[in-house]
Design a protein around this ligand. Structure first.
Ligand SMILES: [Zn+2]
Length: 439
């Protein structure tokens, strides 16, 4: 058991009962045990009858907040960053990404994931979501680096691989669910309604019931996808999967939700569904802008995600927050929509709720100690009129210098503790250049 004392910080708690406080945080065995408001002295822990801390961080130069929860992505796609840009979704997938992905090896996935995790720890993410292949490699990277993750083996039903995909999913659950010290949650990952026909989806729902785990799926990402579904089945993708029973008593993480009809929103709101909002990827692939205001108004849980680095092209949740806050204002010509404090909550506690992860995303007693620190004394964060606004509108992932997951330090003073960064960049870069030679 190790304990950590983060002293004298400006703490943005995301806890509505407390909000932003000057104070210290005492962490033990991965949990936030105590938040102490005001300046603490050297003998504070003795006074509070808390055991001495194994590690003490002087955080007087930091803004401390819960780590970012990235609710959607394909992390090893860092290998395809900058490889295929400025193309529409289907052309991007079919002509560039899928052919290149067909050559990926397990080792490529490991190093691509290590590259993504390195970038995420640096930019303040403490939990990520992944749907991809060779997921045991991703799990190993999670175990090595100390980050938290929600993983799914991507299942595509049009390739005749159902049995193999279900088998791989079963193995991932058996070997890694609650693995890496409890930091890994396994989910089921049918790719999308257009790649997983209704009959196929039924089998996945049956498995979800058996193993009692959430399902993550791409949902209504592009206009063409919805139009094709209407042509082929006479209903929208949300209605189609709803008819199969996806939203009946199952926890579902719906990525994108860009082109939702009013009835779709009602279906999602009635079920136990959360939406992963990926504004940068949706803009870059020309997919559109998700109706975030309407989704939130309906009471649907919302988290923010980056999607893969091939369609973003970075994994910086700060940039994602800024876009999530700005787009509805411009779209609806209303600057009061999605205020900074709301967007900050979507990126942290909202993300944890969307991923069905309890006691995560707030700095609060009894919550997991997933915490980041942002350098306070920077020109673009001065003057300190409104810290929450600065975090959304002015800060960048590169301002993060401290990253703690489950009470363990993964980055301190901007230096990575669990990762050999030089090796990761070299190995991932070398492999990525080899991979695209086939195209
Ligand atoms: Zn995706």
């Amino acid at each position: 058991m190790s304990s950590l004392f983060i002293r004298n910080a400006t703490i943005v708690t995301m806890d509505d009962d407390r909000n932003t406080v000057e104070g210290s945080i005492y962490i033990n065995d991965g949990l936030i045990i105590r938040i102490i408001e005001g300046t603490t002295t050297d003998d504070e822990l003795v006074r509070l009858a808390l055991p001495p801390a194994t590690n003490i961080i002087d955080a007087s130069g930091l803004i401390i907040m819960p780590g970012m929860v990235n609710t959607h992505g394909h992390v090893a796609m860092t290998l395809f960053r900058g490889f295929a840009d400025d193309l529409p979704l289907q052309e991007w997938l079919e002509k560039k990404i899928w052919p290149a992905e067909s050559h990926l090896t397990a080792e490529d996935i490991y190093w691509g994931t290590m590259l993504g995790i390195t970038e995420m720890i640096r930019s303040g993410t403490t939990t990520f979501t992944d749907m991809y292949f060779y997921m045991e490699q991703v799990a190993k990277a999670v175990e090595t680096t100390g980050i938290r993750a929600v993983l799914a083996h991507g299942i595509v039903g049009i390739t005749g691989r159902l049995e193999k995909d279900l088998h791989d999913t079963g193995e991932l659950i058996e070997n890694w669910h609650k693995g890496a010290g409890g930091r890994i949650t396994v989910t089921l990952g049918p790719h999308a309604p257009y790649t997983c026909p209704p009959e196929f989806l039924k089998e996945i729902i049956t498995l979800a019931e058996k193993v009692n785990l959430p399902i993550q799926i791409h949902m209504s990402e592009s206009r063409g996808e919805v139009e094709n579904c209407l042509k082929e089945h006479g209903v929208t993708p949300v209605e189609l999967v709803g008819q199969v029973g996806l939203f009946k008593g199952h926890r579902v993480i719906c990525a994108h939700c860009v082109h939702l009809h009013a009835h779709d929103i009602a279906i999602l709101a009635a079920g136990e569904a959360g939406a992963a909002h990926n504004p940068v990827s949706n803009l870059k692939l020309g997919s559109g802008i998700a109706p975030l205001g309407k989704i939130l108004q309906a009471g649907i849980k919302v988290g923010i995600g980056t999607d893969g680095a091939a369609s973003n092209n970075n994994l910086d949740m700060f940039e994602e927050m800024r876009l999530a806050a700005l787009l509805p204002k411009g779209l609806e010509e209303d600057p009061s929509l999605l205020p900074a404090s709301k967007v900050l909550r979507l990126a942290t506690t909202g993300g944890a709720e969307t991923l069905f992860l309890p006691k995560l995303g707030m700095i609060k007693e009894g919550y997991r100690a997933d915490i980041i620190g942002i350098t306070k004394n920077l020109p673009h964060l001065c003057p300190p009129h409104n810290i929450e606004a600065h975090l959304v509108y002015s800060a960048a992932g590169s301002d993060v210098e401290l990253n703690i997951v489950d009470g363990k330090i993964l980055m301190e003073d901007g230096k990575l503790v669990t990762i050999d960064e030089e090796k990761v960049i070299f190995e991932a870069g070398r492999r990525a250049l080899q991979l695209v030679k086939y195209n």
